[in-house]
Design a protein around this ligand. Structure first.
Ligand code: C2E
Ligand code: CA
Ligand code: CA
Length: 319
């Protein structure tokens, strides 16, 4: 149906339960149907699923994760690690990407891929995203330029589609900058193309507003999936983060270098700064420098680490 000038599609996931036991109550049946409905959702939505015993296990686990995640923010179980973004020639740390982790009371360290989608689904991502933004800006605002007179590092924060388009991100950024006193030009918001595609209609306006505040915007994971140059021309993007899939084999397959060279040329033409992700080997660093790329992050320089360690790697690069 259409509403507010927009076409809206409604889809349904259906769970079916049949009575197998004469003693089964209406509540039991409804519970089983509900379980089957959650199984249908997790199998890709828009499906019909009939209840089978055993199905309640993953659903129960999910419910437990959900309850635990809701409590995680209050219990201070989330923490940030930082991965340095370095100048490949000198080894100087020029930025820090904040990456969220969850210290789960039973499971231990849980990685973002295993709880960000859940946080999005249960509507907790705005709150979680704001916590990340505030913590990262506060951590980095305290840091002054490094001893050798370099600039104070930038801080990168990953943003979810849910925070974008409706003004939530704008309010969060304005509040956090005011609160922490961080210079807006030291904040870099990272958005992927799928984030942009999934965000609400107001995304373009919102990003223009954020850009006017002096905050920088990066297009993340560029070159993974179906990259389109559309966004680059339309949105105030200043930084292109080149996905590690484009970098993985550049030191062993020469043809792969040409794709990167082309991406580098596009970035130059558009006046974008590039950051190459996922650099793991010295040979890759050499090839990238040869192709004219200056900034990168990856295990070669440092894995994500607590703030102090992430900064501690700042040393002149090995000859
Ligand atoms: P991303 O933004 O692309 O972050 C980079 C990921 O690549 C990190 O995984 C990092 O540990 C990993 N990585 C860094 N260097 C290398 C390397 O040399 N080789 C390889 N193979 N991997 C490398 P991580 O920390 O598991 O984060 C995964 C994703 O979770 C991030 O991908 C980002 O999309 C999302 N994420 C992390 N923190 C947040 C957050 O605070 N908010 C939101 N919305 N998403 C977040
Ligand atoms: Ca990122
Ligand atoms: Ca990335």
């Amino acid at each position: 149906f259409s509403t507010g000038g927009r076409e809206v599609l409604v889809r349904a996931s259906v769970g079916v339960a049949t009575r197998t036991d004469a003693d089964e109550s209406a509540e039991d049946l409804l519970r089983d149907a509900d379980t089957a409905m959650y199984a249908a959702k997790s199998l890709g939505k828009g499906r019909i699923q009939v209840f089978q015993s055993g199905m309640e296990q993953p659903v129960r686990r999910r419910l437990a994760m959900r309850t635990a995640l809701e409590a995680a923010l209050e219990r201070d179980e989330l923490f940030l690690e930082y991965q340095p973004i370095v100048d490949m020639a000198s080894g100087a740390v020029i930025g820090l990407e904040s990456l969220v982790r969850w210290n789960h009371p039973q499971l231990g360290r849980v990685m973002p891929a295993d709880f960000i989608p859940l946080a999005e689904e249960i509507g907790l991502i705005d709150q979680l995203g704001e916590w990340v933004l505030r913590t990262a800006c506060r951590d980095v605002a305290r840091m002054t330029p490094s001893g050798r007179g370099g600039d104070a590092p930038l801080v990168s924060v990953n943003v979810s589609a849910h925070q974008l388009g409706g003004g939530v991100l704008t309010r969060q950024v304005a509040a956090v900058l005011a609160e922490t006193g961080l210079d807006p030009s030291r904040l870099l918001l990272e958005l992927t193309e799928s984030t942009l595609a999934a965000a609400g209609q107001g995304v373009e306006l919102e990003l223009v507003g954020i850009d006017r505040m002096g905050v920088r915007i990066a297009l993340d994971d560029f070159g993974s999936g179906y990259s389109s140059l559309e966004y680059l021309g339309r949105l105030p993007i200043g930084v292109l983060k080149i996905d590690r899939s484009l970098v993985a084999r550049i030191d062993v397959e020469r043809q792969r270098q040409e794709v990167l060279r082309a991406v580098g040329n596009v970035a130059n033409q558009l006046g974008l700064t590039t950051v190459v992700e996922g650099v793991e080997r010295e040979e890759q660093r050499q090839v990238l420098l040869g192709l004219g790329f200056a900034k990168a992050q990856g295990y070669l320089f440092s894995p994500p680490a607590p703030l102090g360690d992430a900064l501690g790697i700042e040393q002149p690069a090995a000859a």
